[in-house]
Design a protein around this ligand. Sequence first.
Ligand code: A3P
Length: 253
Amino acid sequence: MAEDDHGLAARLARLAGERLIELRASTSTSDPKALGAAGDEAAHALLGAALAQERSDDPVLSEHGISGPERSPGGRVWIVDPLDGTREFSEPGRADWAVHVALVEKHEVIAAAVALPAQGAVLSTGDPPEPPAGGSGRPRIAVSRSRPPEFVRDIAEDVGAELVPMGSAGAKIAAVVLGEVDAYLHDGGQYEWDSAAPVGVARATGLHTSRLDGSDLVYGRADPWLPDLLVCRGELAEPLLDALSRTRPEGSR
Ligand SMILES: Nc1ncnc2c1ncn2[C@@H]1O[C@H](COP(=O)(O)O)[C@@H](OP(=O)(O)O)[C@H]1O
C-alpha cells in the first residue's frame, strides 16, 4: 500500500532526527554555531532529497527557500524546519530541539510530524496523541528561553501561571501536546516553518491554536512571516486571550 502523507511526514522527520543524533555524537567541535549549521544542512539535504523523490509534484518551503515545482496560491506545499532549536541542538545534553515536516493545502496543515530525536519521540497527525489529562494546580506556560516576550510575566501573574523557559517552538508545542506544560505563548517573530508542523499535531490532538489576538493561524501564504502564536489546553484559551487583550502592548499587535 502506498505511504500516505501522514506516514511520509512521520518517516522523514524520524530519519532526519536519526541523522542529527549521529552527527551530534560524531562531531567534535568547540564551535556551537558550526555544529548547528552542519546539523541544519544535513537534515535539510535529507528532507529535500526525500521529498523531491517521494512527492515530486509538490514544492518544499524552508528557511533555505523554496524548491521543486512552482507554488500555486492555496496549493500543496511542504513546509519543513530541518532543525528547530539550532542553539539547543548545539548544547550538549539538551533535548529541546526538533525536526518539523508539514504538508499545507488551502492554507491549512493537512499532515504533519514533529520528531524530538533526543527524547526518542515522533508526534504525528497520522497517530495523534490523546489529549493531555486535565491540568491540576498552577498552569505552566512554556516560553522561549532566549527571547521571551517582555509582557509574558504580567500574563502569567494575571492567570496565576508559572513560566517554563525552553528552546525550540516544536519542543514547546510538543510539551503542550504531551501534557508537560499547559500552554506555549510566543511573540515578536517567527516564520511558518517554526510552527506549521507542531501546530498541525496540536490541532490533531484537539488543543487550542491561534494567533495571540485569537485569530486563525494561516499557513502557505506568499509571505511566511508568522510572528506570534498561542497553543494551549482548551480551557486556558479564554483566560489567556483575555489577559493578552489587556496586557499585550498595542505596538506588538
Ligand atoms: N524574533 C524572532 N524572529 C525570528 N525567528 C524567531 C524569533 N524568535 C524565535 N524565532 C525562531 O523560532 C524558533 C524557536 O525559538 P525559541 O527557541 O527562541 O522559542 C527558532 O528557530 P530555529 O532554531 O530553527 O532558528 C528561532 O529562530
